[in-house]
Design a protein around this ligand. Structure first.
Ligand code: UD1
Ligand code: CA
Length: 453
């Protein structure tokens, strides 16, 4: 039986932010949410989070029914923090301590750590650092057995020269924790109740201290500053890029891609530089995403090319379509397939039928468009009367001339053509040419103005 205790009460003064530290995002999700997700993969029977700074805001943001929240009103040290959650732990199991500001630990690493714990042994996750300053040092005896952890501020010069440090992550039989935490004192350089002091107590009780190491240092790096946050963000993004490449995606530069959610990919997908994926994105086979695109909650079917600088949100793009450059596809839009959407085109809450083309400088909103339609440059659906939005219906095989305005609610019948510059206020009948008949006139003898001398 596994209990997980996540320490998340710290303030994060160096973040210089009103947002509680553990809510600062990596990959657009709070650090604490990453830690919780990792913990859940271990199938714990109890999941306890110690909160303090940020209070209710942390609880509301994480909003998870499987968590027991325990408050640590005053941050008196890591040992004191764990003690606040003890009542929620099951004595029968193992307690695994994690930090809410160490977001990228792998489940596999934690599994290996937990496997090293039994009645007679405690397990520490440690790491060798070239520069160990600031961390608690792992002190071993002549046989190489760990006998205690010494905090930097309490360490002698010799102890400070040890490169193996405490990551803070440890696992131990829960029922032992009760006894040891009761015995903690704060007679140390920082006047804090150190969780790390339980190591010496365990040794005194005849227990063996086992250690495990992470695969990479980034797994155990915590965040105390915006610089460290940015470092872990880049590391996280590099991992996302690597995962996509393992699935066969061609990424032109894995340092210039951001995944702030999930991307599901088919075969032979290509991503150019500076693409941002948000939410849930699905890309079919042979999809190409051009430079500088932002895609949020989008489904893109096979053989679609998104040209550079498109922003697409909450939309689906049907097979064999070509979108962009510079297109904005807004929520509720469905391109059925084989569509062309071009430069400076905005489409919102509209269905675009098979093979229809909207190529230049156009706004299509709240529209049901059939198949085989050709929309001329500068076409506008005027869907808003100042109070309500209305729909425009454009049936199959319609052509609109350039600079046409369709004032909704209005229907353009099947096969109709609208003349350039038409302002359509009434339905246009099928198959006919409809246009706004304004007379063209020439002012005879008109003179161009000249500059006054
Ligand atoms: C702690 C360890 C140290 C280790 C280091 C790794 C102790 C005494 N020391 O040091 O050996 O090398 O982590 O980063 O445990 N927290 C609370 N409540 C508190 C105190 C801390 O929730 O009262 C949380 C913090 O928000 C943070 C984590 O616990 O997420 C660690 O606290 P921090 O102050 O960073 O510990 P260190 O003193 O750096
Ligand atoms: Ca720290």
């Amino acid at each position: 039986m596994l209990n997980v205790v996540i320490l998340a009460a710290g303030q994060g003064t160096r973040m210089k932010s009103d947002l509680p530290k553990v809510l600062h995002p990596v990959g657009a999700r709070p650090m604490l949410a990453h830690v919780i997700e990792t913990a859940r993969q271990l199938n714990p029977s109890r999941l306890v989070v110690i909160y303090g700074h940020g209070g209710q805001h942390v609880i509301d943001t994480i909003n998870a029914p499987d968590i027991v929240w325990a408050e640590q009103a005053e941050q008196l040290g890591t040992g004191h923090a764990v003690a606040q959650g003890l009542h929620a732990l099951s004595d029968a199991g193992i307690a695994l301590v994690l930090y809410g500001d160490v977001p990228l630990t792998r489940t596999k690493t934690l599994q290996q750590l937990v496997e090293q714990v039994d009645e007679n042994s405690l397990a520490l996750l440690t790491v060798d650092l070239e520069d160990p300053s600031g961390y608690g040092r792992i002190l071993r005896d002549d046989n190489g057995s760990v006998h205690c952890i010494r905090e930097e501020k309490d360490a002698s010069e010799v102890e400070k020269s040890v490169n193996e440090v405490n990551t803070g992550i440890l696992a131990v039989a829960a029922k032992k924790l009760h006894d040891w935490l009761d015995k903690l004192d704060n007679n140390n350089a920082q006047g804090e109740y150190y969780l790390t002091d339980i190591i010496a107590m365990a040794v005194a009780d005849g227990m063996v201290i086992n250690t495990a190491q992470p695969e990479v240092i980034e797994e155990v790096l915590g965040v105390n500053s915006k610089t460290q946050l940015a470092y872990l963000e880049r590391y996280y993004q590099f991992q996302q890029a690597e995962n996509l490449m393992k699935e066969g995606v061609t990424i032109i530069d894995p340092a210039r891609i951001d995944v702030r959610g999930h991307v599901n990919v088919g075969r032979d997908v290509t991503m150019d530089v500076n693409v941002i994926f948000e939410g849930e994105v699905t890309l079919g086979d042979n999809v190409r995403i051009g430079a500088g695109c932002v895609l949020r909650d989008v489904i893109i079917e096979d053989d679609v090319e998104i040209l550079p600088m498109c922003v697409i949100e909450n939309a689906s793009i049907g097979a064999k379509s070509r979108v962009g450059p510079y297109s904005r596809i807004r929520p509720g839009t469905e391109l059925k397939g084989d569509n062309h959407v071009g430069n400076f085109v905005e489409i919102k809450n509209s269905q675009i039928g098979l093979g229809s083309k909207v190529n230049h400088l156009t706004y299509i909103g709240d529209t049901d468009m059939g198949s085989g339609v050709n929309i001329g440059a500068g076409t506008i659906t005027a869907n808003y009367d100042g109070a309500n939005k209305h729909r425009t219906v454009i049936e199959d095989n319609v052509s609109t001339g350039s600079n046409t305005v369709m004032v909704a609610p209005v229907t353009v019948g099947k096969g109709a053509t609208l003349g350039a510059g038409t302002v359509l206020r009434k339905d246009a009948p099928p198959s006919e040419l409809t246009l706004t008949a304004t007379q063209q006139k020439t002012v005879k003898g008109w003179q161009k103005p000249t500059t006054k001398k």
